[in-house]
Design a protein around this ligand. Structure first.
Ligand code: HEC
Length: 394
């Protein structure tokens, strides 16, 4: 029995999409219906999930209805969750409506709501945008909702996000990334910045680069108005490093304030880097880097493109429905592509990809510090050079 199962799953794994794999699904469904062994059920469910990874949808195998009904009552929560996720992939209306209800329910547990949204986003549920637009004001799930909206070319999205923007906390970043992901969203975003509804300084260098990657002349012109010309590479790296070094030491023997520098770090760097005990994992953890050396810091902050380890070169992916994603390719296979952006890991089925291009640029943007005031820059550099963490200012 066990051997037979392994065989079936293996065939299924190597031959996903082939007639053979499709043939074996009804057999697996039958086994799931007939067995009451939770471990065996888990093995089968995991096997099917692994084989379908990277596919948004698949045809429902014969007999799956009965599997869904039976395993929904399983005492094992992993069996229940896997069954629901697979049912969703197989287009089950019951799974869709129950997940939408969980996501929308303010009394449901926040983690369960986010998982429900992620699952629905995974199949790109076409009915999701109005719910997501409504959820951008719900603190429990707004980050997921804001990120999810980037996947849909829905005309109502910019208005919904811009209306909620002022009330957002750390999720402002998700809001901005989504608005910067498509031409149709970027124009209202830039209009809001021009009108002073969004602070110009909220558009950090990575967002400006993402906006430039949309390759739209009107957007580029507006960015130049708002931001000035982006310095892509400096004619004279050493001179610029010397200038900032002088500026730093002009602050005296203790050039900056470490707690205030931590605030600047959290605003401009922490989404990508961990330092000491907190931060993101898009770029390397810089706790162990040569931070005591000002020249090292400046070279890396001012000229991230001078030396780029290959695993950190940015790739720009354009989807067939005009979404532009800039990030590092983390995983790719025949069916899908996973890209780590500055704020999330996005998986896109190959069939939805229009083009990908590997750039000569680091995912770390240039121009990160051009918006900082001299004092903020000194605080940041001073904080970066400290051996250990400091408390945030009161
Ligand atoms: C959008 C993501 C992103 C942001 C924002 C960002 N970085 Fe980076 N950073 C990276 C990536 C990716 C690398 C690795 C590739 C490279 O060296 O260019 C990197 C490299 C570095 C390095 C070199 C690390 C090493 O191991 O040699 C330092 C130092 C650094 N960043 C500091 C900063 C500081 C300070 C800030 C804020 C002012 C910042 N970064 C903001 C993504 C980012």
């Amino acid at each position: 029995m066990k051997l037979f199962l392994l065989n079936l799953l293996c065939l299924f794994c190597v031959a996903t999409g082939s007639v053979r794999a499709v043939d074996s699904l009804p057999q697996l469904a039958q086994m799931l219906r007939e067995s009451d062994d939770a471990q065996l059920q888990l093995d089968i469910l995991r096997g099917i999930s692994a084989a379908l990874k990277g596919r948004r949808t698949a045809p429902m195998p014969a007999g799956w209805d009965a599997v869904e009904a039976k395993l929904a009552a399983s005492a094992n929560s992993e069996v229940r969750t896997l069954t629901q996720t697979l049912s969703l992939t197989f287009g089950s209306a019951r799974a869709k409506s129950s997940l939408r209800a969980i996501a929308a329910d303010p009394k449901a547990e926040a983690g369960a709501r986010r998982t429900a949204l992620d699952s629905l986003l995974g199949i790109r549920d076409p009915e999701l945008p109005p719910l997501l637009q409504q959820l951008v004001t719900d603190p429990a799930v707004r980050g997921t909702a804001l990120r999810g909206l980037a996947a849909y070319d829905d005309a109502a999205t910019p208005t919904a996000i811009l209306a909620a923007y002022g009330s957002l906390g750390a999720e402002k970043r998700d809001a901005l990334n989504t608005l910067a992901s498509r031409n149709a969203f970027a124009k209202p975003l830039l209009a809001a910045v021009a009108a002073g509804k969004i602070a110009k300084t909220d558009l950090t260098a990575d967002l400006v680069r993402q906006l430039r990657n949309l390759k739209d002349d009107a957007i580029k012109a507006q960015l130049t108005d708002l931001w000035g010309v982006m310095q892509e590479t400096s004619p004279d790296m050493e001179k610029e490093i010397a200038r900032v070094t002088r500026l730093y030491w002009a602050g005296g023997s203790t050039p900056g304030d470490a707690p205030r520098g931590r605030v600047v770090f959290n605003k401009v760097c922490a989404q990508c880097h961990t330092l000491f005990d907190s931060g993101g994992h898009v770029g390397p953890d810089i706790t162990g880097a040569n931070r005591g050396d000002l020249a090292y810091l400046l070279q890396n902050i001012l000229y991230p493109n001078a030396v780029i380890p290959n695993e950190y070169r940015a790739t720009t992916v354009e989807t067939k429905d005009d979404r532009v994603i800039t990030g590092i390719v983390k995983e790719q296979n025949a069916t899908s592509l996973s890209i780590q952006t500055a704020n999330e890991l996005v998986t896109i089925p190959r069939a939805e990809v229009k083009s990908t291009s590997l750039s000569e640029q680091s995912l770390m943007p240039e121009g990160l510090i051009t918006q900082l005031k001299d004092g903020e820059l000194r605080d940041l550099l001073y904080y970066l050079s400290r051996p250990g963490q400091v408390a945030l200012p009161q």
